[in-house]
Design a protein around this ligand. Structure first.
Ligand SMILES: *Cc1c(COP(=O)(O)O)cnc(C)c1O
Length: 394
Protein backbone atom coordinates (compact mmCIF):
# COMPACT_ATOMS: atom_id res chain seq x y z
CA UNK A 1 0.00 0.00 0.00
CA UNK A 2 1.06 3.55 -0.68
CA UNK A 3 1.20 6.03 2.16
CA UNK A 4 -1.30 8.28 0.57
CA UNK A 5 -3.51 7.24 -2.27
CA UNK A 6 -4.16 9.80 -4.95
CA UNK A 7 -7.87 9.28 -5.16
CA UNK A 8 -9.35 10.49 -8.44
CA UNK A 9 -12.49 8.34 -8.41
CA UNK A 10 -15.00 10.56 -6.61
CA UNK A 11 -17.69 9.64 -9.14
CA UNK A 12 -17.51 6.09 -7.74
CA UNK A 13 -17.65 7.12 -4.10
CA UNK A 14 -16.31 9.74 -1.70
CA UNK A 15 -14.76 9.60 1.78
CA UNK A 16 -17.19 10.38 4.60
CA UNK A 17 -16.62 13.88 5.97
CA UNK A 18 -15.39 13.86 9.60
CA UNK A 19 -18.30 16.11 10.65
CA UNK A 20 -20.71 13.61 9.13
CA UNK A 21 -19.14 10.74 11.06
CA UNK A 22 -19.38 12.82 14.25
CA UNK A 23 -23.07 13.55 13.62
CA UNK A 24 -23.80 9.87 13.00
CA UNK A 25 -21.94 8.28 15.90
CA UNK A 26 -24.49 8.98 18.68
CA UNK A 27 -27.14 7.16 16.66
CA UNK A 28 -25.11 3.97 16.89
CA UNK A 29 -24.36 4.33 20.60
CA UNK A 30 -26.50 6.39 22.97
CA UNK A 31 -29.44 7.23 20.65
CA UNK A 32 -29.86 3.77 19.16
CA UNK A 33 -33.66 3.59 19.41
CA UNK A 34 -36.08 2.43 16.73
CA UNK A 35 -38.03 5.44 15.40
CA UNK A 36 -41.23 3.36 15.43
CA UNK A 37 -41.00 2.74 19.19
CA UNK A 38 -43.16 4.96 21.35
CA UNK A 39 -40.75 5.19 24.29
CA UNK A 40 -38.12 7.87 24.90
CA UNK A 41 -35.36 6.03 23.01
CA UNK A 42 -37.60 5.65 19.99
CA UNK A 43 -38.73 9.25 20.13
CA UNK A 44 -35.13 10.46 20.10
CA UNK A 45 -34.44 8.49 16.95
CA UNK A 46 -37.66 9.69 15.35
CA UNK A 47 -36.78 13.31 16.09
CA UNK A 48 -33.43 12.82 14.38
CA UNK A 49 -35.07 11.31 11.28
CA UNK A 50 -37.63 14.14 11.21
CA UNK A 51 -34.91 16.77 11.47
CA UNK A 52 -32.94 15.10 8.68
CA UNK A 53 -36.06 15.04 6.51
CA UNK A 54 -36.59 18.76 7.16
CA UNK A 55 -33.00 19.51 6.11
CA UNK A 56 -33.19 17.48 2.91
CA UNK A 57 -36.61 18.90 2.02
CA UNK A 58 -35.38 22.48 2.47
CA UNK A 59 -32.38 21.93 0.19
CA UNK A 60 -34.58 20.38 -2.51
CA UNK A 61 -37.27 23.05 -2.17
CA UNK A 62 -39.72 20.30 -1.26
CA UNK A 63 -41.96 19.50 1.68
CA UNK A 64 -41.09 16.85 4.30
CA UNK A 65 -43.82 14.50 3.10
CA UNK A 66 -42.17 14.37 -0.31
CA UNK A 67 -38.87 12.97 0.99
CA UNK A 68 -38.43 9.18 1.12
CA UNK A 69 -35.27 7.75 2.68
CA UNK A 70 -34.00 4.65 0.91
CA UNK A 71 -31.04 2.31 0.89
CA UNK A 72 -29.16 4.29 -1.79
CA UNK A 73 -29.21 5.54 -5.35
CA UNK A 74 -29.98 2.19 -6.94
CA UNK A 75 -32.96 1.63 -4.68
CA UNK A 76 -34.32 5.15 -5.26
CA UNK A 77 -34.06 4.69 -9.03
CA UNK A 78 -35.84 1.32 -8.84
CA UNK A 79 -38.54 2.66 -6.52
CA UNK A 80 -39.27 5.63 -8.76
CA UNK A 81 -39.24 3.79 -12.06
CA UNK A 82 -40.99 0.55 -11.09
CA UNK A 83 -43.19 2.24 -8.50
CA UNK A 84 -44.56 4.84 -10.90
CA UNK A 85 -44.82 2.50 -13.89
CA UNK A 86 -46.74 -0.16 -11.97
CA UNK A 87 -49.10 2.34 -10.34
CA UNK A 88 -49.78 4.04 -13.67
CA UNK A 89 -50.43 0.83 -15.58
CA UNK A 90 -52.73 -0.45 -12.87
CA UNK A 91 -54.67 2.82 -13.07
CA UNK A 92 -55.07 2.23 -16.80
CA UNK A 93 -52.95 5.19 -17.86
CA UNK A 94 -50.61 3.27 -20.13
CA UNK A 95 -47.39 1.29 -20.14
CA UNK A 96 -44.80 3.29 -22.08
CA UNK A 97 -41.61 4.66 -20.54
CA UNK A 98 -38.97 6.99 -21.96
CA UNK A 99 -35.32 6.98 -20.90
CA UNK A 100 -31.94 7.91 -22.38
CA UNK A 101 -29.14 5.77 -23.74
CA UNK A 102 -26.57 7.02 -21.21
CA UNK A 103 -28.39 6.29 -17.94
CA UNK A 104 -26.75 4.47 -15.05
CA UNK A 105 -27.42 0.73 -15.02
CA UNK A 106 -29.71 1.23 -12.00
CA UNK A 107 -32.06 3.02 -14.39
CA UNK A 108 -31.45 1.04 -17.57
CA UNK A 109 -31.82 -2.34 -15.91
CA UNK A 110 -34.93 -1.22 -14.00
CA UNK A 111 -36.46 -0.20 -17.32
CA UNK A 112 -35.42 -3.52 -18.87
CA UNK A 113 -37.08 -5.40 -16.04
CA UNK A 114 -40.29 -3.48 -16.76
CA UNK A 115 -39.97 -4.36 -20.44
CA UNK A 116 -39.85 -8.01 -19.40
CA UNK A 117 -43.17 -7.34 -17.63
CA UNK A 118 -44.76 -6.02 -20.81
CA UNK A 119 -43.94 -2.31 -20.68
CA UNK A 120 -42.73 -0.58 -23.83
CA UNK A 121 -39.69 1.69 -23.67
CA UNK A 122 -38.16 4.34 -25.91
CA UNK A 123 -34.46 4.95 -25.35
CA UNK A 124 -33.52 8.46 -26.46
CA UNK A 125 -30.21 8.92 -28.25
CA UNK A 126 -27.73 11.61 -27.18
CA UNK A 127 -25.57 13.90 -29.28
CA UNK A 128 -21.77 13.78 -29.46
CA UNK A 129 -21.63 15.88 -26.25
CA UNK A 130 -23.78 13.40 -24.36
CA UNK A 131 -26.89 15.59 -24.33
CA UNK A 132 -30.50 14.61 -24.96
CA UNK A 133 -32.13 16.80 -27.61
CA UNK A 134 -35.38 18.28 -26.24
CA UNK A 135 -37.09 17.73 -29.61
CA UNK A 136 -36.30 14.01 -29.39
CA UNK A 137 -38.05 13.83 -26.03
CA UNK A 138 -41.05 15.71 -27.38
CA UNK A 139 -41.30 13.37 -30.36
CA UNK A 140 -41.05 10.25 -28.19
CA UNK A 141 -44.03 11.10 -25.98
CA UNK A 142 -47.12 9.00 -26.78
CA UNK A 143 -50.65 9.04 -25.35
CA UNK A 144 -49.74 5.99 -23.25
CA UNK A 145 -46.44 7.39 -21.90
CA UNK A 146 -46.54 7.23 -18.12
CA UNK A 147 -42.98 8.14 -17.12
CA UNK A 148 -39.76 9.62 -18.44
CA UNK A 149 -36.51 8.97 -16.57
CA UNK A 150 -33.56 11.10 -17.62
CA UNK A 151 -30.47 11.67 -15.51
CA UNK A 152 -29.37 15.13 -14.40
CA UNK A 153 -25.63 14.57 -14.82
CA UNK A 154 -23.81 11.56 -16.22
CA UNK A 155 -21.47 9.48 -14.06
CA UNK A 156 -19.00 8.58 -16.82
CA UNK A 157 -18.62 11.73 -18.89
CA UNK A 158 -20.19 14.32 -16.58
CA UNK A 159 -22.57 15.71 -19.19
CA UNK A 160 -25.33 17.88 -17.68
CA UNK A 161 -28.76 17.59 -19.24
CA UNK A 162 -31.02 20.62 -19.82
CA UNK A 163 -33.27 19.12 -17.14
CA UNK A 164 -35.60 22.08 -16.54
CA UNK A 165 -36.28 22.26 -20.28
CA UNK A 166 -36.91 18.51 -20.52
CA UNK A 167 -39.13 18.76 -17.44
CA UNK A 168 -41.20 21.54 -19.02
CA UNK A 169 -41.83 19.33 -22.05
CA UNK A 170 -42.99 16.47 -19.81
CA UNK A 171 -45.24 18.79 -17.76
CA UNK A 172 -46.87 20.16 -20.87
CA UNK A 173 -47.61 16.63 -22.08
CA UNK A 174 -48.75 15.40 -18.66
CA UNK A 175 -45.88 12.92 -18.36
CA UNK A 176 -44.18 12.37 -14.99
CA UNK A 177 -40.40 12.90 -14.95
CA UNK A 178 -37.88 11.14 -12.72
CA UNK A 179 -34.26 12.20 -12.68
CA UNK A 180 -31.23 10.37 -11.30
CA UNK A 181 -29.37 13.32 -9.74
CA UNK A 182 -26.80 11.19 -7.91
CA UNK A 183 -23.84 12.85 -9.63
CA UNK A 184 -25.34 16.34 -9.46
CA UNK A 185 -25.55 16.68 -5.67
CA UNK A 186 -22.89 19.03 -4.38
CA UNK A 187 -22.20 20.39 -7.86
CA UNK A 188 -25.51 21.63 -9.30
CA UNK A 189 -28.67 23.29 -7.96
CA UNK A 190 -31.19 20.74 -6.68
CA UNK A 191 -34.41 22.74 -6.41
CA UNK A 192 -37.02 20.30 -7.69
CA UNK A 193 -39.47 23.05 -8.63
CA UNK A 194 -36.95 24.93 -10.75
CA UNK A 195 -35.95 21.62 -12.37
CA UNK A 196 -39.56 20.68 -13.21
CA UNK A 197 -39.10 17.12 -11.94
CA UNK A 198 -41.63 14.91 -10.16
CA UNK A 199 -39.10 12.42 -8.76
CA UNK A 200 -35.41 12.88 -7.94
CA UNK A 201 -32.80 10.37 -6.77
CA UNK A 202 -29.80 11.12 -4.51
CA UNK A 203 -27.18 8.86 -2.91
CA UNK A 204 -25.28 10.06 0.17
CA UNK A 205 -21.99 8.36 -0.59
CA UNK A 206 -21.49 10.49 -3.70
CA UNK A 207 -21.43 13.70 -1.60
CA UNK A 208 -19.19 12.75 1.36
CA UNK A 209 -21.92 10.89 3.23
CA UNK A 210 -22.25 7.21 4.14
CA UNK A 211 -22.90 4.33 1.74
CA UNK A 212 -26.22 2.50 1.73
CA UNK A 213 -28.52 5.48 2.20
CA UNK A 214 -30.31 7.61 -0.38
CA UNK A 215 -33.22 9.91 -1.06
CA UNK A 216 -36.16 9.71 -3.38
CA UNK A 217 -38.07 12.95 -3.76
CA UNK A 218 -41.63 12.09 -4.82
CA UNK A 219 -43.86 15.06 -5.61
CA UNK A 220 -47.03 15.22 -3.52
CA UNK A 221 -49.96 13.44 -5.14
CA UNK A 222 -47.93 11.41 -7.63
CA UNK A 223 -48.63 7.66 -7.86
CA UNK A 224 -45.95 5.37 -6.41
CA UNK A 225 -46.15 1.71 -5.55
CA UNK A 226 -43.80 0.61 -2.79
CA UNK A 227 -41.19 -1.90 -3.91
CA UNK A 228 -40.30 -3.07 -0.42
CA UNK A 229 -43.33 -4.20 1.56
CA UNK A 230 -43.51 -4.55 5.30
CA UNK A 231 -44.08 -2.03 8.07
CA UNK A 232 -45.55 1.42 7.56
CA UNK A 233 -42.30 3.38 7.51
CA UNK A 234 -41.73 6.33 5.16
CA UNK A 235 -45.48 6.88 4.85
CA UNK A 236 -45.94 3.35 3.57
CA UNK A 237 -43.70 3.95 0.59
CA UNK A 238 -40.57 2.12 1.84
CA UNK A 239 -40.89 -0.44 4.59
CA UNK A 240 -38.11 -1.41 6.98
CA UNK A 241 -36.58 0.10 10.12
CA UNK A 242 -34.91 3.37 9.17
CA UNK A 243 -31.12 3.58 8.88
CA UNK A 244 -31.17 6.33 11.50
CA UNK A 245 -27.44 7.05 11.64
CA UNK A 246 -27.20 6.91 7.86
CA UNK A 247 -30.16 9.25 7.45
CA UNK A 248 -28.65 11.71 9.94
CA UNK A 249 -25.29 11.50 8.15
CA UNK A 250 -26.87 11.96 4.75
CA UNK A 251 -28.68 15.14 5.85
CA UNK A 252 -25.50 16.56 7.37
CA UNK A 253 -23.52 15.68 4.22
CA UNK A 254 -26.13 17.29 1.97
CA UNK A 255 -26.15 20.45 4.09
CA UNK A 256 -22.36 20.70 3.96
CA UNK A 257 -22.34 19.99 0.22
CA UNK A 258 -24.96 22.66 -0.33
CA UNK A 259 -23.00 25.22 1.70
CA UNK A 260 -19.75 24.41 -0.09
CA UNK A 261 -21.27 24.03 -3.53
CA UNK A 262 -19.86 27.14 -5.22
CA UNK A 263 -16.39 26.86 -3.69
CA UNK A 264 -16.15 23.09 -4.25
CA UNK A 265 -17.20 23.50 -7.86
CA UNK A 266 -14.60 26.20 -8.39
CA UNK A 267 -11.88 24.11 -6.74
CA UNK A 268 -12.78 21.00 -8.74
CA UNK A 269 -13.10 22.86 -12.03
CA UNK A 270 -9.63 24.35 -11.64
CA UNK A 271 -8.06 20.96 -10.93
CA UNK A 272 -10.07 19.20 -13.62
CA UNK A 273 -8.96 21.74 -16.22
CA UNK A 274 -5.36 21.46 -15.02
CA UNK A 275 -5.55 17.70 -15.48
CA UNK A 276 -7.22 17.82 -18.89
CA UNK A 277 -4.86 20.54 -20.14
CA UNK A 278 -1.71 18.75 -19.00
CA UNK A 279 -2.75 15.33 -20.26
CA UNK A 280 -3.79 16.55 -23.70
CA UNK A 281 -0.58 18.55 -23.96
CA UNK A 282 1.86 15.93 -22.67
CA UNK A 283 0.35 12.73 -24.05
CA UNK A 284 -0.16 12.51 -27.82
CA UNK A 285 -3.23 10.79 -29.31
CA UNK A 286 -5.57 11.73 -26.46
CA UNK A 287 -9.02 13.28 -26.55
CA UNK A 288 -11.58 14.52 -24.05
CA UNK A 289 -14.90 12.67 -24.16
CA UNK A 290 -18.17 14.51 -23.59
CA UNK A 291 -19.02 18.17 -23.48
CA UNK A 292 -16.47 20.89 -22.72
CA UNK A 293 -19.07 23.28 -21.32
CA UNK A 294 -22.08 21.23 -20.09
CA UNK A 295 -19.93 19.15 -17.79
CA UNK A 296 -19.68 18.39 -14.08
CA UNK A 297 -16.85 20.39 -12.50
CA UNK A 298 -15.08 17.25 -11.24
CA UNK A 299 -15.18 15.00 -14.31
CA UNK A 300 -12.41 14.33 -16.83
CA UNK A 301 -12.95 11.41 -19.21
CA UNK A 302 -10.02 10.98 -21.55
CA UNK A 303 -9.43 8.47 -24.34
CA UNK A 304 -5.85 7.25 -24.81
CA UNK A 305 -5.65 5.89 -28.33
CA UNK A 306 -3.88 2.55 -28.99
CA UNK A 307 -4.20 1.27 -25.42
CA UNK A 308 -6.82 -0.22 -23.17
CA UNK A 309 -8.05 1.96 -20.32
CA UNK A 310 -8.05 -1.09 -18.07
CA UNK A 311 -4.29 -1.64 -18.59
CA UNK A 312 -3.57 1.98 -17.83
CA UNK A 313 -5.63 1.73 -14.64
CA UNK A 314 -3.43 -1.13 -13.45
CA UNK A 315 -0.26 0.92 -13.98
CA UNK A 316 -1.83 3.92 -12.27
CA UNK A 317 -2.84 1.71 -9.37
CA UNK A 318 0.78 0.55 -8.95
CA UNK A 319 1.62 4.21 -8.27
CA UNK A 320 -1.23 4.57 -5.78
CA UNK A 321 -3.42 6.47 -8.24
CA UNK A 322 -7.11 5.53 -8.20
CA UNK A 323 -9.12 6.18 -11.36
CA UNK A 324 -11.74 4.30 -13.33
CA UNK A 325 -12.28 3.00 -16.83
CA UNK A 326 -15.51 3.07 -18.77
CA UNK A 327 -14.99 -0.33 -20.28
CA UNK A 328 -15.79 -3.56 -18.52
CA UNK A 329 -14.30 -6.95 -19.22
CA UNK A 330 -17.19 -9.30 -19.79
CA UNK A 331 -16.41 -12.92 -20.62
CA UNK A 332 -12.86 -12.23 -21.64
CA UNK A 333 -13.60 -9.52 -24.20
CA UNK A 334 -13.34 -5.81 -23.56
CA UNK A 335 -16.67 -4.13 -24.02
CA UNK A 336 -16.91 -0.42 -24.67
CA UNK A 337 -18.98 1.60 -22.22
CA UNK A 338 -22.61 2.01 -23.29
CA UNK A 339 -22.24 5.72 -22.59
CA UNK A 340 -19.28 6.31 -24.91
CA UNK A 341 -20.88 4.10 -27.57
CA UNK A 342 -24.06 6.20 -27.37
CA UNK A 343 -21.98 9.34 -27.97
CA UNK A 344 -20.63 7.78 -31.14
CA UNK A 345 -17.08 7.47 -29.79
CA UNK A 346 -15.47 4.73 -31.88
CA UNK A 347 -14.75 1.36 -30.32
CA UNK A 348 -10.96 1.73 -30.03
CA UNK A 349 -11.27 5.18 -28.45
CA UNK A 350 -13.94 3.96 -26.06
CA UNK A 351 -11.83 1.00 -24.95
CA UNK A 352 -8.99 3.45 -24.22
CA UNK A 353 -11.06 5.73 -21.99
CA UNK A 354 -10.14 6.55 -18.39
CA UNK A 355 -12.27 8.61 -16.03
CA UNK A 356 -10.56 10.83 -13.48
CA UNK A 357 -12.95 12.46 -11.01
CA UNK A 358 -11.47 14.96 -8.56
CA UNK A 359 -12.89 15.96 -5.18
CA UNK A 360 -12.86 18.67 -2.54
CA UNK A 361 -9.64 17.38 -0.98
CA UNK A 362 -7.71 16.84 -4.23
CA UNK A 363 -4.63 19.07 -4.40
CA UNK A 364 -2.84 20.61 -7.40
CA UNK A 365 0.25 18.53 -6.59
CA UNK A 366 -1.89 15.36 -6.88
CA UNK A 367 -2.77 16.34 -10.43
CA UNK A 368 0.85 17.11 -11.25
CA UNK A 369 1.98 13.78 -9.84
CA UNK A 370 -0.48 12.01 -12.13
CA UNK A 371 0.33 14.00 -15.22
CA UNK A 372 4.08 13.56 -14.56
CA UNK A 373 3.61 9.80 -14.34
CA UNK A 374 1.21 9.33 -17.25
CA UNK A 375 3.42 9.90 -20.32
CA UNK A 376 5.82 7.04 -19.47
CA UNK A 377 2.98 4.67 -18.54
CA UNK A 378 1.15 5.35 -21.77
CA UNK A 379 4.32 5.03 -23.84
CA UNK A 380 5.10 1.70 -22.17
CA UNK A 381 1.68 0.32 -23.08
CA UNK A 382 1.77 1.76 -26.58
CA UNK A 383 5.24 0.44 -27.35
CA UNK A 384 3.77 -3.04 -27.78
CA UNK A 385 1.00 -1.84 -30.09
CA UNK A 386 1.66 -2.45 -33.80
CA UNK A 387 -1.03 0.11 -34.68
CA UNK A 388 0.75 2.74 -32.60
CA UNK A 389 4.13 1.93 -34.11
CA UNK A 390 2.63 2.30 -37.57
CA UNK A 391 0.99 5.60 -36.59
CA UNK A 392 4.31 7.10 -35.44
CA UNK A 393 6.33 5.43 -38.20
CA UNK A 394 8.45 3.12 -36.05
C1 LIG B 1 -23.50 5.78 -8.00
C2 LIG B 1 -24.66 6.03 -8.87
C3 LIG B 1 -25.86 5.32 -8.69
C4 LIG B 1 -26.01 4.21 -7.68
O1 LIG B 1 -26.06 4.68 -6.37
P1 LIG B 1 -25.76 3.65 -5.17
O2 LIG B 1 -26.00 4.45 -3.94
O3 LIG B 1 -24.35 3.26 -5.33
O4 LIG B 1 -26.71 2.53 -5.31
C5 LIG B 1 -26.92 5.61 -9.51
N1 LIG B 1 -26.82 6.56 -10.45
C6 LIG B 1 -25.71 7.26 -10.66
C7 LIG B 1 -25.67 8.31 -11.71
C8 LIG B 1 -24.58 7.02 -9.88
O5 LIG B 1 -23.46 7.70 -10.09
Amino acid sequence: MHERLIYLDHAATTPVDARVVAAMTPYYTTHFGNPSSIHAAGRMALEAVDAARETVAAILGASRKEIIFTGGGTESDNLAIKGVAQAQRTAGRGAHIITSAIEHHAVLHAVESLQAQGFAATVLPVDRQGLVRPEDLRAAIRPDTVLATIMYANNEIGSIQPLAELGAICREAGVLLHSDAVQAAGALPLNVKALNVDFLTLAAHKFYGPKGVGVLYARHGTPLWPQINGGGQERRRRAGTENVAGIVGQAMALRLADQRRASDAEHCRTLRDRLIGQVLERVPFTALNGSASERLPNNANISFEFIEGESLLLLLDQQGICASSGSACTSGALEASHVLSALGVDHQQAIGAVRFSVGKDTRPEDIDFVTDALPAMVERLRSVSPAYRRAVGR
